[in-house]
Design a protein around this ligand. Structure first.
Ligand SMILES: [Zn+2]
Length: 120
């Protein structure tokens, strides 16, 4: 079981913060994340694995795809929700985060999976 230290570590690197903010309210496949962030898939997968291990990100599956989102339904759910919201509010207007949201809207149109993009 992840603890508070693990959660803070998950938020402590910019690339993971970018992934977390993209997954704040959206349900995304790894292709959408890779295309939005313009980084190699192994890099994204490595960070997603850490985010899953620390309980920050959860995954659901359909027949063909895995979908990632910020996990808010566990004992640290409200902490993750509050942290995600605070970082989003502080960073959404600055790069690279601002560009990430813009790119995600474009990438989403070409996604073959059933990703659910929700940007508030
Ligand atoms: Zn997708």
């Amino acid at each position: 079981m992840a603890d508070v230290k693990d959660i803070l570590f998950a938020f402590s690197e910019e690339i993971r913060l970018r992934i977390i903010l993209l997954l704040k309210d959206s349900l995304l496949c790894v292709n959408c994340l890779t295309d939005t962030l313009s980084l190699p898939q192994p890099t994204i997968s490595r960070h997603l694995a850490l985010l899953r291990r620390t309980g920050v990100v959860g995954v659901s599956k359909d027949k063909l795809y895995c979908y990632y989102t910020v996990k808010k339904d566990d004992p640290f759910g409200s902490l993750k929700k509050d942290l995600t919201k605070a970082f989003y509010t502080a960073l959404k207007g600055t790069e690279p985060f601002k560009g990430d949201f813009r790119r995600l809207r474009a990438v989403e149109k070409h996604c073959n999976a059933n990703c659910k993009v929700k940007i508030k």
